[in-house]
Design a protein around this ligand. Structure first.
Ligand code: 13P
Ligand code: SF4
Length: 345
């Protein structure tokens, strides 16, 4: 199957009917999508929204998806934790995960009876690729009895070897929920260091990194502050290196950053994270000026409207998890969901 050239769809013309059906969405995204592009996106948006109704499907979209997906076709948007929570409770028969593979796998782990589709199965993650189930078995031999806390940015097989999962929205709370002096924290070294800075629990680290967030530097943040002067707020994701977090005014998950903008309404803001998120949030807060360092996640960007449409038409690519692996992984994910969302700030 060629994933780059989707099959033409009979009704993909920008007709007056399509323009009418998508007018409200168009109005909303005008600040971030040029008018010239709308006739390209609108027919896909109309077709996807119609197919969702026909197939009792929902689209769950991560905060890093592009605005035409995030505002155009998503039924639920959010950070990794919110998508896992929504995936667990939706009544839909079909979940289309507009995000990366580990997010779709997490939805399947929590809802094995549902059809979970990923519009491009090659949408991976450098963190998920940095560790295997065998690595965890070796770590357990080296540190007998020390619990393993695993970031959700991992494969089902890795989750199955773990005691509990976490996301960036609850990593500190999850570590502290175990009531122990020491944990193995996998695979994000920088998130692990951030957790270590917020708790007395000793953290044994792994050297996985997010290829998007590891590129930011403290020097770059200082230059934003110098160029923008007072009144600029710098928000950073905890997957960034420690010198970046030291320069930031606020550290939190993607959802926490969005919430912070809504509550604090800074005049100017720099979101030190994946580039599309600023576009998505700028739509909601026209009074806030977003300075946009543009690091794109190549995996998130594999998901497009044509691929979402094709996914719903063909019901591919289905995400499957071995039932025994899924059962063990579900224990770790459900333990995390019981802790819920408790950010450090
Ligand atoms: P969040 O859980 O904060 O949305 O982060 C997910 C992710 O992939 C960040 O790079
Ligand atoms: Fe993975 Fe980083 Fe992309 Fe998130 S932004 S999916 S952590 S590579």
């Amino acid at each position: 199957m060629n994933l780059e050239t989707p099959r033409p769809y009979a009704s993909l013309d920008f007709t007056p009917e399509v323009a009418r059906m998508t007018a409200a969405i168009h109005e909303k995204v005008r600040p971030v999508i040029p008018d010239l592009e709308w006739p390209v996106h609108a027919p896909y948006i109309a077709a996807i929204n119609e197919l969702k109704r026909q197939k009792n499907a929902v689209v769950l979209a991560h905060n890093y998806q592009t605005p035409e997906i995030f505002h155009g076709v998503a039924d639920f948007v959010g950070d990794s934790l919110a998508l896992a929570q929504q995936g667990a409770k939706t009544g839909a028969d079909v979940i289309v995960l507009a995000g990366v593979h580990f997010m779709a796998e997490t939805a399947k782990i929590l809802s094995p009876e549902k059809t979970v589709l990923i519009p491009d199965p090659l949408a991976g993650c450098s963190l998920a690729a940095s560790i295997t189930a065998d690595d965890i078995r070796l770590l357990r031999q080296r540190y007998p009895g020390v619990p393993v806390v695993t970031y959700v940015n991992t494969s089902a097989a890795v989750k199955a070897e773990s005691d509990i999962c976490c996301t960036s929205a609850n990593a500190v709370a999850v570590v502290e929920s175990l009531g122990v002096d020491r944990v193995i924290f996998l695979p994000d070294e920088f998130l692990g260091k951030y957790v270590a800075s917020q708790t007395d629990v000793q953290i044994i680290l792994w050297k996985g990194h997010c290829e998007v967030h590891e590129r930011f530097t403290g020097k770059e943040l200082r230059s934003y502050r110098q160029a923008q002067g007072d009144g600029v707020e710098i928000l950073a994701h905890p997957e960034c290196p420690p010198d970046v977090l030291a320069e930031a005014d606020f550290v939190g998950s993607t959802a926490a950053m969005i919430r912070h903008v809504g509550e604090a309404r800074p005049r100017r803001v720099v979101m030190v994270t994946e580039c599309s998120m600023s576009d998505n949030v700028a739509v909601e807060y026209p009074d806030v000026e977003f300075i946009r360092p543009c690091n794109l996640c190549p995996h998130m960007k594999r998901i497009t409207l044509p691929k979402i449409l094709r996914s719903l038409q063909t019901m591919e690519t289905r995400v499957e998890v071995d039932p025994e692996v899924g059962r063990r992984a579900r224990v770790a994910v459900e333990r995390m969901l019981a802790v819920g969302r408790r950010e450090a700030q």
